[in-house]
Design a protein. Structure first.
Length: 305
C-alpha cells in the first residue's frame, strides 16, 4: 500500500482513540474496515507502535477499561502531528497522481505564488532547533523596510497561512521573537551550542491565539455571531480549537472562543465583513466598528459612493 494509505491509517487511528474513550483493539480494527482498510491485526499493531516510537504520540493501553488512550502529557503536540500527516499525505497523493500522468498538473492550482520562498532553509533550521545550535541571518522588517542582522537561539518552527516562521531568542533579550523565513537571507548555522531555557515553552505562547502575535492583550471570552451561511463555514473550519457553539438556528450561529484577541484575529473578523458581528468583549466590538467606519470614510467621497 502507498505511503498515503499508511498516513491515512495513522490519522484514523489517532482520531478514533481521541473521539471514542478507550476503544478496544477490535473497535479500532472495525473502524478502519468501515473506512476501507481491510488489514491484519499485525499491521494495526505495527501502526500503533510506529506512531508511538517514531512520532512521539504515546498511545497506551488501559487494562482496567480494556481500551487504548493517548497520554497527551507525554506526547508531542497532537494537532501539530495531525497537520504534519495532512501535509505529507497530500504531497504523497499528488506525487502518485503525477506518476500516472504528468499533465495532471494542468488540473491543479495553489492558493498563491511565492509562499515557498525560503523553504529551502527549513531543513537547516530544524537541525539547528533540534541540536540547540545558534544561527545568524539577515532579515527584512516589513514595517520599516530595513534589513538587519540577527543572532538567534531557535526554539520552534511555525506555519501560518502557507508561510513558515522561526521563533527564538535574540542575543541577550529574554523574550521570543518571530521571523518569517521568506525574508531570511544568508542563513548560517553556528557550531556554538546554547542551553534552552526549560522554563520557556514557545508552544504555550500560541495556544490561545490565532496567528503569530502573542505579546499583547489578555486571555478572555470572545463571542461572535454569524449569518447562517457563514456559520456553516465556521463549523467546518473552526477559528480556534477552543471554539464552542452556543446557538445554532435559522437566524444565526453564535460561537464562544477562549483566546487572546490579536492583530491576526481582527484581520479574520474584518475579512468577513457584514457576515459576522462581535458580541463580546465590548472593546473588541468597538475597535472593529471604528475600523469599519474609517473604511467607509475612504469611500464616502468617491463618485459611486
Amino acid at each position: 500500500m502507498s505511503k498515503h494509505g499508511t498516513i491515512q491509517r495513522y490519522t484514523l487511528i489517532i482520531e478514533k482513540i481521541r473521539s471514542n474513550k478507550y476503544p478496544a483493539f477490535k473497535t479500532i480494527k472495525e473502524f478502519l474496515f468501515t473506512q476501507g482498510f481491510e488489514i491484519s491485526t499485525r499491521t494495526i499493531q505495527r501502526d500503533i507502535d510506529q506512531i508511538r516510537f517514531e512520532f512521539g504520540i504515546e498511545i497506551k493501553y488501559n487494562r482496567i477499561k480494556n481500551g487504548y488512550f493517548i497520554d497527551e502529557e507525554q506526547s508531542i503536540n497532537i494537532e501539530t502531528f495531525l497537520r504534519f500527516l495532512e501535509i505529507v499525505g497530500t504531497a504523497d497523493l499528488l506525487a502518485e497522481s503525477l506518476k500516472d500522468s504528468k499533465d495532471r498538473l494542468k488540473y491543479i492550482t495553489f492558493e498563491s505564488k511565492g509562499y515557498l520562498k525560503g523553504i529551502g532553509n527549513l531543513k537547516s533550521l530544524l537541525f539547528a532547533i533540534k541540536n540547540h545550535r545558534r544561527i545568524s541571518f539577515s532579515h527584512e522588517n516589513f514595517e520599516t523596510g530595513k534589513t538587519k542582522k540577527y543572532l538567534l537561539e531557535p526554539y520552534l518552527l511555525k506555519e501560518y497561512q502557507n508561510r513558515w516562521y522561526v521563533i527564538g531568542i535574540v542575543g541577550n533579550l529574554n523574550e521570543f521573537r518571530t521571523f518569517g523565513i521568506d525574508r531570511i537571507e544568508n542563513l548560517k548555522i553556528s557550531d556554538e551550542i546554547f542551553s534552552p531555557d526549560k522554563k520557556k515553552d514557545p508552544l504555550k505562547m500560541f495556544e490561545n491565539i490565532v496567528g503569530l502575535t502573542y505579546s499583547i492583550n489578555k486571555l478572555e471570552e470572545v463571542i461572535l455571531s454569524f449569518i447562517p451561511l457563514q456559520g456553516k463555514y465556521i463549523k467546518a473550519l473552526p477559528l480556534h480549537k477552543s471554539q464552542e457553539i452556543i446557538a445554532d438556528n435559522e437566524n444565526e450561529l453564535v460561537i464562544k472562543l477562549r483566546i487572546i484577541p490579536n492583530f491576526e484575529f481582527e484581520q479574520k473578523i474584518l475579512m468577513l465583513g457584514d457576515r459576522v458581528k462581535v458580541i463580546k468583549p465590548e472593546w473588541l466590538a468597538g475597535e472593529i466598528k471604528n475600523i469599519l467606519q474609517n473604511a467607509m470614510e475612504k469611500y464616502r467621497k468617491m463618485p459611486y459612493a
